[in-house]
Design a protein around this ligand. Structure first.
Ligand code: PLP
Length: 479
């Protein structure tokens, strides 16, 4: 961040380091021998009173800086470099706030990429983890247990008559849908699944073949056969792509990684009719857009609200993960009752799918969302946030090109020429994400020009207002 921008950010936007400030004693200690983490934190806490709010990105005290460096070195030495990480070492979270090892706090508008549905350190999740882990953490899927049955019942109650398979991630949930489709068309030799350009379905070999973005495939060819990509929200393109081998259509309810593009009601209804007409499965990837983020359990339910002819709409299969476990890794796919016997005994499985612990946490996430009305909160706070972003777009038409999304799945697209951002360096989306991080807010870049906000479903009005203020103050300084 340029010193120029720092100087203009208002103190209320600059979230103060909570338990950290440089102290001479600490720096001296750093020169000799690193103290324990406990001693270091105690020293940092005692120095809290001197915290200055003037500088938004104070240089971390030597000791803490050393800890940050040490952790980053562990990554560079021992972790595969598959991610381009931001320069941030996180230590703990509380609600919609994350704290780095320097004690500095950040408004978490990324929510772990749509995962932390209840925010961080939610007591309900802790309680479910503790209670269930004292009873039963894992049993093989060779046996029955109550949490998996209850969680399946819960999902079915929100989607319609059908059955659920549990797994561990979004990519794995989608793998189940590909297998469902292959089984469905097997006797007729049909296997091809049509997916959308700009889609994202995960990083397994099947996932990258299904994904409609070249960048995830590069270097991993040959691709798993049987996927065809067509433009999103374009029914004609699907019709034209049909072949005698086509067996299913798979789309995201709202494209997430591709830059937050919702499916239109006409597209969803048209797809259902087309799939019925041609004997195809309609599969929806609800991994990112699902679990009440849009104000309804699944985004297609929100998109089709009040639309004539949508009353009986149902997909044939739907994948979910991310917010389902609120941070605990769990995925699942639901299959409409009509096709529920396709994957019979021995056709599919996974060791950790639907463990008592994972299911107990996911049940708790459902319970809290329902008890606290978080679907309505996502709808209300999402609408407020979108209004704020639209206001910022009007105020900065040279910087924000468009605002899109539903509920708390929001993206804003940057213009192609933003004053104050370098044209040659990293993509604009990365540069602005870094500036926002320096100003105390985390967002998720999407491609080269879109920033996403996928915060906790219990984000408060004040926090949403703060997010808009932080963005406003950073935009104001870009000139
Ligand atoms: C729509 C969608 N599908 C699938 C995935 C893959 O999920 P996972 O990373 O849990 O495998 C993602 C991840 O971002 C996603 O956004």
């Amino acid at each position: 961040m340029s010193p120029d921008i720092r100087a203009h950010l208002k103190p209320r936007h600059l979230l103060p380091p909570l338990d950290c400030t440089p102290v001479a004693g600490l720096q001296m200690a750093a020169c000799s021998k690193a103290p324990s983490r406990y001693l270091m934190r105690r020293a940092i806490r005692s120095a809290n009173a001197n915290t200055s709010m003037k500088d938004i990105v104070p240089p971390p005290p030597a000791l803490v800086h050393q800890e940050q460096k040490m952790i980053q070195e562990l990554f560079s030495k021992h972790v595969l470099p598959t991610y381009g990480r931001f320069d941030l070492v996180l230590h703990r979270g509380q609600g919609s706030w994350l704290f780095d090892v320097n004690g500095r706090r950040y408004l978490d508008m990324g929510g772990g990429i749509a995962v932390c549905s209840l925010g961080h350190a939610h007591p309900g999740i802790t309680q479910a983890l503790v209670e269930q882990s004292q009873r039963l953490i894992h049993v093989s899927n060779l046996y029955y247990h109550e949490p998996q049955g209850r969680l399946a019942q819960k999902i079915v109650s929100h989607l319609g008559q059908g059955r659920v398979f549990f797994c561990n991630s979004g990519a794995e949930a989608n793998e189940g849908l590909y297998k469902l489709a292959r089984k469905f068309g097997h006797t007729e030799g049909r296997f091809e699944i049509i997916t959308a350009l700009n889609s994202f379905h995960g990083r397994t070999l099947g996932g990258i073949a299904a994904t409609g973005q070249e960048k995830v495939k590069k270097g991993f060819e040959p691709m798993v056969a049987g996927f065809r990509h067509v433009p999103y929200n374009d029914l004609t393109a699907i019709r034209e792509a049909l072949s005698p081998a086509t067996v299913a259509v798979l789309i995201e309810g709202i494209q997430g990684e591709g830059g937050i593009t919702p499916a239109t009601p006409e597209y969803l209804l048209g797809l259902r009719a087309l799939c019925d007409e041609k004997g195809l499965l309609l599969l929806i990837d609800g991994v990112q857009c699902g679990h009440f983020r849009t104000g309804r359990f699944q985004s297609f339910q929100r998109t089709l609200e009040g639309i004539k002819g949508a009353e009986t709409f149902e997909p044939d299969g739907l994948s979910m993960a991310k917010s389902l476990g609120g941070g605990f890794p769990i995925g699942a796919f639901w299959v409409r009752e009509k096709h529920a016997e396709l994957l019979g005994p021995g056709t599919h499985g996974t060791t950790y799918g639907g463990t008592p612990l994972g299911c107990a946490v996911a049940l708790k996430v459902f319970e809290v969302i329902e008890k606290e009305g978080l679907a309505d909160n996502a709808r209300r706070i999402g609408a407020f946030l979108q209004d704020e972003l639209l206001r910022l777009q009007r105020e900065h038409p040279d910087k924000i090109a468009s605002v899109r999304g539903v509920g708390l799945m929001i993206g804003f697209e940057l213009t192609r020429q933003i004053p104050g951002l370098s044209g040659s360096e990293k993509p604009y989306s990365m540069q602005l994400t870094s500036l926002l991080q320096a100003a105390g807010m985390l967002v998720i870049p999407s491609g080269t020009h879109v920033l996403r906000m996928l915060p906790a479903l219990n984000l408060s009005h004040a926090e949403a207002a703060q997010a808009a203020e932080i963005l406003e103050s950073v935009l104001a300084k870009l000139s």
